[in-house]
Every structure is written in C-alpha cells, then in structure tokens.
Write a protein that binds this ligand. Structure first.
Ligand code: TNX
Length: 525
C-alpha cells in the first residue's frame, strides 16, 4: 500500500456524516474513520459480470465531469476480501434503487438491485469527485451506507420543440440526471412549433413539420417575431441512441406526443386532420392555438400509426400523450365533432375530449403501453388506466389519486424550472418566480390525501419548457441548482432534509459543474 501524506490522513479523520457532500442525502450513513485508497492497482471483482456495465457508465459520468479514473484491473474471483478489491453485487430480488455501500480500508463493496448498484455507484462517483486526492490516488472515507429512494418516479422533462437540442446535449443532460439519481427523462417531442421525431410512415412530419419560418424574439407580450427558418429533428436511429444511453444509466425515456391540442405542426403537414381543413403553418409564436386535431376517424388512424412507431422505439411502459390546453373553439362548430357528441350521447366538448383520450387509451393498450397525460385529461371524465401529471397546481393530482389513478406531481411552483430563480430577473424567462428554497421545501404528497392513497403519488418531476432557452447553456443555468434540490425531495427521507446543510453541499457541487462545463445560477434564494 502507498504511504499516505500526513495532512491528508488528518483531513480524512475529520470526516463525519455531517461533512459529506452527497446530494441527495442518503438514508443512513455511518462514517467509520480511515480511508480506502482508490488507484490503478485496485481490482474490480464482479463475479457474474453484472456490475461491469454500471461501472463503465460511472466512469463515463466521471469523465464528463473532468475526472478520468485510472484503468483498474478486472477479476471475476470474489472469494476473498483482497487488498484494493472493489466488489459489485447485483441482486435481482432487492427493491428497485436499494443499495448498500461499504467502504473499508482494504476493500469497497456496492450491493443492491440492478438499479440500486448503479445509484450506489453514482454515490461513489460523488465521493470520488469531492474526496482528497494525491499521487493518482483518491482517498475515500470509510463508511457504511444503506440507501433507497423515497419515490419511484424521479423525473426531469425537456421541451425540444420550442428550441431544439442536439443529441450530444441530451447526453450531457442525461448525465446530470444520472448523477442526481433521477430515473425518468420526459422527452417533449411534438408541439405547435415543431415535430421533432422521425415517423417512417409519414416522412413529411419531419421534412416539413420540423421547420418553422420564424420565432418569437423577446418577451411574448412584445409580440415580435423574426422570419428566420428554425428547425431540427431526431432520426429514429438517434432516438434509439438516446434511449440506449439513458438505459445504461437506469433512466427510462418517456416520449410525449401532443394531442388533441398543441398539434399545429402536424396540422401544417396534414391540414385534413383538423376541423376546418386549414391551411396552417408551423407555429411561430408561443402560447395556445385554436386549431387542434378533429375527432374524425382519420385522426385516430393517423395517431395509431404514429403511436405504433413510437411504442416500438421506447421500452418505457408509459407514453405521454399531452392532453393539455386544448381549446374547444373548433369542435363547437365542427359538423363531425358535433355529430360525434350527438351520436355518442355526450354532454359537451369536454366529454368529447374525454372520448378522444379513451380512444387513445385503447390504442395504447393494444400496444401494451400505459397512457399518461397532463391533468386536463380529467376534464369530462378520467380514463380508467390513465396516469395524471398534475401541472395546474396539485388539485388535479389530488383528485386523481382519490379516484385511484396514479399521479406524478409537477405543479408550476415549485416544479417549473422555466420560471425565474432570482429577483430581479437575471435573464429573459417566461415569468413566475420559483426560487431554489421553494423547490427544496416541496412535499409531493398533498396533506389532504389519506394515507392509503399515498401509493398513487408515484413521485414528481421538474419541467423545462424552452420558449426562453435558446441554447444548451441556458437550460443548464435554469436547472442548476434546482435539479439537485428536487433530487433530494424525491430520493431522501423528508426528515433528512436540511436547507443550511444543502447550501453547504451545493458549494462543493459547484466545483463538479465547473469541471464539467455546466452553467449554473451562482446565487441562491
Ligand atoms: C404550459 S405545462 C404548457 C406548455 C408551456 C408552458 C410554459 C403544459 C402542460 N403546457 O406548453 O410551454 O406552460 O410554462
């Protein structure tokens, strides 16, 4: 074993649970004194070879943050606790996300469920990043840790329509999710201002529908629009690559295909799918458009084709179908829609929306997928198997959970990371004030919800709408440090949360972000 510099020895002796820098804070940790030296003579001992992909993913995440781990040896023998041994023990039977991390002077062990071992390695990655280093050796504090997530849905969303982000950036974003133990990436792929996913049966959707001939400049209220073409889309190969990259990091990618509203880009390509027949152009301004999918049969045929291709690209059990902000203006005067209301004996256009969503629910069931939608899908009656994403406050989520439907909480405040994080506003945003302290104080379970219904709150999600985020650096700035704050809300036991201590840990994480060239908001409030 290599000699340890004396000063370092004292630094490590001073380590206590309170002085660790982990985000989210683990459920239980005992610091034992002493250290494990991680260096190139260490050996990865991974009997079944199940932990090696997770180890490689950890190396990649560390590389992203500017830290190249020395290449270490590999040996399948796990019979003895050898000097410098790193043991990975993957156990199918353990609860999702659960892991145990043991750091002893002579060896290190991560044991848990498949996702648990990965999250354990992300804990290790944070320890490696912040630990004292000398002569190519990282001195990890000896400790014993038991950890598992509080919620099963720990989501971050990204709107790639209002502004488009290349695959390379999506990977950088996904690495941030991984580092903070998120397990869902909600990919908002279609909207009024663009269609961003290749559909083989309808190539025009991306040929024409991915390009708008101008975008808003400045704030919405100023009403200024330029005339520059703006576009971008992902081929199906690129989609598969993003899904694969995320899966290596135990992150499920949930695609969102918007309907019946927020569909102007699709209608610009196929105006016959609207009530009026168009013509339309891909949206240039933000906001809500009156023209939406009609309820004619042809629309369901089209959406079935689209969803069939989408379902084959994404292993996620859920497909998000939007459902938000669908004006009923056109349906009210459309012969087909009014005919459907009469024929089906529906009360009004809200009930027609409910009928629309139920038809889509049936299509998704045929594809072995579950429907998820924004809380407007409850209007006119909620589909039985739907999962609700509650964004207009928490009332929708509360009601859905009471009825026995599953819910992901995502109320505007504190889950909208497109709102400004500082007063006065430090850059152009959509408006609204959502400071770090509000995110950190968030409790996803509504206090009125009876305890037997708590299981229906799957978790929560941070949303990143990009009307005012024209470049990757702005996305990073808007999510850091709010994303780590949400990670602690979703992962750690509520009683473990400590605002002052979180602020201390954030200071350490800033050095990680700097090393990874992630932009972040410097001051917090
Ligand atoms: C509402 S949240 C929307 C989005 C906008 C966002 C801006 C939701 C389901 N719909 O289309 O981008 O507000 O904050």
């Amino acid at each position: 074993m290599r000699p340890v510099p004396l000063l370092l020895f004292f630094v490590i002796r001073l380590c206590s649970a309170q002085s660790l820098w982990l985000i989210p804070v683990p459920q239980q940790v005992v610091i034992k004194g002493g250290f494990f030296p991680l260096h190139s003579q260490c050996v990865l001992r991974d009997s079944a070879g199940r932990g090696a992909p997770a180890w490689s993913a950890m190396e990649a995440v560390l590389g992203r943050l500017g830290l190249d781990l020395p290449e270490i040896g590999r040996d399948p023998r796990t019979d003895k606790k050898s000097d410098g041994g790193i043991y990975l023990k993957v156990r199918e039977t353990e609860a999702p996300g659960h892991y145990r991390l043991l750091i002893e002077p002579r060896y290190l062990e991560v044991a848990g469920s498949p996702s648990g071992v990965f999250h354990g390695l992300m804990t290790l990655a944070q320890l490696i990043l912040g630990a004292p280093k000398a002569q190519d050796t990282v001195y990890l504090p000896c400790l014993q840790m038991e950890d598992q997530p509080r919620f099963g849905w720990r989501g971050m969303h990204l709107d790639v329509v209002r502004h488009f982000f290349p695959v390379e950036f999506l990977k950088k974003y996904i690495d941030l999710l991984a580092l903070y133990k998120f397990n869902v990436f909600h990919w908002h792929l279609t909207d009024d201002q663009g269609w961003r996913i290749e559909i083989k049966k309808y190539p025009q959707l991306t040929q024409k529908g991915s390009v708008r001939h101008g975008s808003m400049v400045g704030h919405y209220n100023e009403g200024r629009v330029d005339d520059l073409p703006y576009g971008g889309f992902y081929t199906q190969d690129e989609v598969r690559e993003v899904v694969r990259y995320a899966a290596e990091r135990h992150i499920t990618v949930v695609p969102e295909i918007e309907m019946p509203g927020h569909a102007q880009a699709a209608l610009a390509v196929f105006p016959r799918l609207s009530c009026t027949g168009g013509p339309f152009e891909v949206g240039r301004v933000w906001g809500i458009y009156e023209d939406v999918f009609c309820t004619k049969e042809e629309v369901f045929d089209f959406l079935k084709d689209v969803l069939t291709e989408v379902a084959s690209l994404f292993p996620s059990p859920y497909i998000h179908i939007g459902g938000d902000e669908c004006p009923k203006t056109r349906w009210k005067v459309c012969g087909v829609c009014q005919g459907n209301i009469r024929r089906l004996g529906l009360r009004d256009e809200h009930a027609l929306q409910s009928y629309f969503i139920r038809r889509i629910e049936a299509i998704l069931q045929g594809l072995n997928k579950k429907l998820m939608g924004w809380d407007e899908i409850m209007e006119g009656g909620l589909a039985q198997t739907a999962t609700v994403m509650s964004w207009r406050g928490t009332e929708g989520g509360l009601q859905a959970a009471m009825q026995g439907n599953d819910v992901v909480m995502s109320p505007g405040r504190p889950c909208y990371f497109d709102h400004r994080q500082k007063v006065p506003e430090d850059s152009l945003t959509i408006g609204g004030y959502n400071p770090l302290s509000a995110v950190y104080a968030y409790e996803p379970i509504p206090p009125q919800l009876p305890s037997e219904k708590h299981v229906h709150i799957l978790g929560a999600q941070g949303n990143v709408w990009t009307e005012y985020m024209t470049h990757p650096a702005k996305v990073e700035y808007m999510v850091l440090p709010r994303l780590p704050a949400l990670s602690e809300v979703l992962w750690s036991p509520a009683i473990k949360r400590d605002w002052q201590d979180f602020l201390r840990r954030i200071q350490v994480h800033k050095t990680f972000w700097q090393a990874g060239n992630y932009q972040y908001c410097e001051t917090v409030e």
